[in-house]
Design a protein around this ligand. Structure first.
Ligand SMILES: Nc1ncnc2c1ncn2[C@@H]1O[C@H](COP(=O)(O)OP(=O)(O)OP(=O)(O)O)[C@@H](O)[C@H]1O
Ligand SMILES: [Mg+2]
Length: 156
């Protein structure tokens, strides 16, 4: 829909467009509406995101399953930290580029288990050398099991 000078009430509903005075854009109406979210039942859950050295994956996975973690996501990534990847050795060769291969783990756990998961990843992933990784902890708004509709701790 085009803006029409003699029919200012007709405006495209595109954010950022200079709306004619007095015409409340639909996206603003939606933004001011109270936000209602279904958080589901059950205990609160956290999402723990960790980057680790790829050769540590099996050790970390085993340590996590040993303490009761029942699921996780694993992604091969590239990244860099404080050294910009320059001083890290990967498979014997110094990387000329800034990105170093890492494995990213994403683990959703109950609040009660979160500290133990963080400690377990830290212990299992640590070599003491640079590039051992990072752990980020987020409050997870909701977890849901697709098959049953169970939520939060019951979905894990
Ligand atoms: N600020 C950040 N934001 C997002 N990801 C990061 C950040 N810093 C590091 N990472 C991720 O973590 C990986 C490992 O980072 P790394 O362990 O080298 O961090 P560091 O702070 O340099 O620690 P160290 O001094 O032990 O090397 C990076 O390859 C990247 O994927
Ligand atoms: Mg580093």
């Amino acid at each position: 829909m085009q803006f029409c000078a003699d029919r200012p009430e007709i405006v495209p509903r595109t954010p950022g467009f200079p709306f004619h005075k007095g015409v409340a854009p639909i996206f603003l109406q939606l933004q001011s509406a109270p936000i209602k979210r279904a958080h589901g039942k059950g205990e609160d859950v956290k999402l723990i995101i960790a980057t680790i050295k790829p050769f540590k994956l099996e050790e970390v996975r085993e340590a996590l399953t040993d303490i009761g973690v029942r699921g996780m996501m694993v992604t091969e990534i590239k990244g860099f930290g404080a050294q910009s990847g320059h001083t890290e050795i990967y498979r014997g060769a110094e990387y000329a580029v800034n990105f170093v291969p890492k494995v990213k783990l994403e683990v959703a756990v109950t609040d009660a288990l979160a500290d133990q998961v963080i400690e377990t990843i830290t212990d299992a992933a640590r070599t003491g050398k640079i590039g051992d990784g990072k752990i980020f902890v987020l409050d997870l708004e909701q977890a849901l099991r697709v098959r049953t509709g169970e939520s939060n701790d019951e979905a894990l």
